[in-house]
Design a protein around this ligand. Structure first.
Ligand code: USQ
Length: 381
């Protein structure tokens, strides 16, 4: 299949590109280096340097024999995105091209506007580009579990059947996010749902939880092909951060009471979920929503696990409760459904001790590069 990955340079985009090209798809990548530029501006660059996208593609080509098409530019600009779609004519589009950080979106007005403008304009441009150049293509859009928030009822997989005054209708499950970034994802879903109804697009919206990890089938043994590994407060997700904190002798930063529960998944499972969605496309006029995570953890439980596993390899890991810089529930009910991807064949990788040890050992090789001032600066909501 001809698969276009928007945001192909990112933490998820780059491993997806290698994975799908290794599986025999013809892959094109578009990126404007937004993530790299924001990291540089905020002085929160990843743990190790990553070559630019053209260079990564060359290195992957030498390892795998696969060639990938690269388009460097900003998908906000219609001239660029229309050029990409007209040239590549994708059969499937994977849309990761968003400002992905909740704390970054809450940094200041400029960051808020960048998040809103980038995320919504790119999603709208993707919709128009599909309509004009590849109307039958399947759009796989990365949403987030954070769209649902932490309601006091079970979270369904995208939709809720509502009975009201003797009549029934199925609606999008109610959404109430706790950051501007997560709110842009809700707005994306509304845009997609409108155009699915109006233009009969085929769309899969993947409601993903926080991802961890860096080793996949395609980069194992090739560190130069690893994705970005952010451990800072803005772009690092909590498990990746805690592993770096454990390796660097920095107390694990549990925000508030630490009862915040989320659905987590290994980077390898993101790749599986994308591939399963690709191989089982949504129908024309269908917005299909999958909850994409494999296990639930509270922050406290994660910190304890990482302390225990760290101890087993000789690390002394402390846990420190810090005042929560975010506005979020610290103790709450959380029971989200996630059966659709398992039914399609997802074989989960769980957060085993072996997985944690492998990550810790890799990070320990970069211990000298850990920069303590990047770990916590308290971006407040
Ligand atoms: N947390 C801590 N200590 C830390 C960092 C985080 O206690 O040092 C807590 C947060 O307060 C939060 C939880 O851990 O309750 C998860 O935080 P996170 O930074 O790993 O994840 P989040 O900001 O929610 O965002 C990440 C990705 C985002 C994705 C989202 C999925 O950056 O792109 O959409 O995970 S979800 O959380 O399900 O919405």
């Amino acid at each position: 299949m001809k698969v276009l990955i928007l945001g192909g340079d990112g933490y998820l985009g780059w491993p997806t590109a290698m994975h799908l090209s290794a599986a025999g798809h013809e892959v094109g990548l578009a990126d404007n280096y937004l993530r790299r530029n924001l990291c540089r501006e905020e002085d929160v660059e990843p743990l190790f340097a990553v070559p630019n996208l053209n260079e990564r593609v060359k290195r992957w080509g030498r390892v795998s024999g696969c060639g990938l098409a690269v388009f460097i530019g900003d998908l906000i600009h219609w001239e660029f995105i229309s050029h990409v779609f007209e040239t590549f004519r994708p059969e499937a589009v994977i849309h990761y091209a968003e400002q992905p950080s909740a704390p970054h979106s809450m940094l200041n007005r400029r960051a808020a506007m960048l998040t809103l403008t980038n995320n919504l304009t790119v999603t709208a441009n993707v919709i128009f580009a599909i309509k004009q150049f590849s109307p039958d293509s399947h759009l796989i859009k990365l949403g987030t579990m954070g769209e649902y928030g932490t309601p006091d009822i079970d979270i369904e997989e995208g939709w809720l059947d509502v009975a009201h005054k003797g009549r029934r209708q199925t609606f999008l499950y109610p959404r109430q996010a706790s950051s501007l970034y997560h709110t842009t994802k809700i707005m994306d879903t509304d845009l997609l749902w409108f155009y699915v109804r109006t233009w009969k697009l085929r769309v899969t919206d993947l409601m993903q939880g926080p991802v961890y990890g860096l080793v996949t089938e395609t980069n194992r043994g090739y560190p130069e092909l690893y994705p970005f590994f952010n451990y800072d407060e803005l772009f690092g997700t909590v498990i990746n951060r805690f592993i770096v904190q454990a390796a660097g002798g920095y107390p694990l930063t549990v925000y508030g009471k630490g009862g915040q529960t989320r659905g987590y998944l290994d980077l390898r499972d993101t790749l599986q979920c994308i591939e399963l969605s690709l191989n089982h496309p949504a129908s024309s006029g269908e917005l299909r929503i999958f909850n994409q995570f494999v296990e639930l953890f509270a922050v406290n439980g994660l910190a304890e696990r990482i302390r225990t596993v760290g101890k087993s390899i000789g690390l002394k890991v402390d846990i420190r409760s810090v005042a929560n810089p975010r506005i979020e529930q610290e103790e709450h009910y959380y029971r989200p459904a996630s059966t659709a991807l398992l039914e399609l064949g997802l074989q989960p990788h769980y957060l085993s001790d072996a997985v944690l040890v492998e990550m810790m050992e890799i990070i320990l090789r970069h211990k000298d590069a850990i920069d303590a001032h990047k770990i916590f600066r308290g971006v407040k909501w």
